[in-house]
Design a protein around this ligand. Structure first.
Ligand code: HEC
Length: 207
């Protein structure tokens, strides 16, 4: 087979490239060489970087007065028992309580945020309570069963007694999902033990 000189040169160049790549042994845990670094990195200010464009010199700014962050519609209730009762009369869950997706999400939220104190079945025997934190009253007891959904929403949003507010951790939808899960726990508990659950755990306070 006849090869022109240029083909020979190209073939050798190709082989040389393959050989160099093979032997160079690049360390893939290291970033590559940056060509034109100003295009690889954002010119936006980092959240905590100093910022000469604002009078206080900070990048993070409070939202302008009169604006509402997306998904954070304000609730017009105070953290008082009277407003908890009013929330019970006024607020309704927008979700279908026995929708399997709502219940699955509610169970997940409960396991992550409530179970440490309230325990897996809501009996008030979570690990935090067992290590000395004032035990919460059972969520499957008569008192909690009689709380309206809106009242529980108020408790989760504003906290109550020793229970802290969960307003910043949980979206409103997640709060309604967890309420659906509490109702499910109550249904399950009445299916297994009829009356005995109506006493609060020792030390559990009532509003
Ligand atoms: C740090 C522990 C703690 C966590 C976490 C916690 N709670 Fe509580 N919860 C309490 C305590 C303590 C009380 C009793 C409050 C009081 O003194 O009235 C309580 C009370 C309640 C009540 C009122 C029960 C009644 O019968 O009055 C509800 C409903 C409730 N919690 C739901 C929740 C839900 C839902 C979550 C998760 C989103 C949650 N709690 C997370 C400790 C906790």
């Amino acid at each position: 087979m006849f090869m022109r000189p240029i083909d020979v040169v190209l073939l050798l160049a190709l082989l040389a490239c393959v050989l160099v790549t093979w032997t160079a042994g690049r360390d893939f845990s290291q970033p590559n060489v940056e060509f034109l670094p100003d295009m690889a990195h954002s010119v936006a200010y980092d959240a905590y970087a100093p910022n000469p464009n604002f009078p206080d010199g900070k990048t993070l700014q409070a939202p302008p007065a009169g604006t509402i962050p997306r998904d954070l519609m304000p609730l017009h209730y105070a953290a008082t028992p009277e407003d908890a009762a009013r929330a019970g009369r006024e607020l309704r869950s927008p979700l279908v309580g026995d929708d399997p997706k709502v219940l699955a999400r509610g169970a997940f939220v409960f396991a992550s945020f409530c179970q440490p104190c309230h325990g897996p079945t809501g009996a008030g025997d979570g690990p935090v309570a067992r290590r000395g934190f004032p035990p919460p009253p059972p969520l499957v007891a008569k008192h909690a069963r009689q709380l309206r959904d809106g009242q529980i929403f108020h408790v989760v949003t504003y906290g109550q007694g020793n229970m802290p507010s969960h307003a910043t951790q949980l979206s409103r939808r997640d709060r309604w999902c967890v309420i659906a899960h509490i109702r499910e726990l109550q249904r399950r508990s009445s299916a297994t033990r009829p009356v005995s659950s109506s006493k609060p755990a020792a030390g559990g306070k009532r509003p």
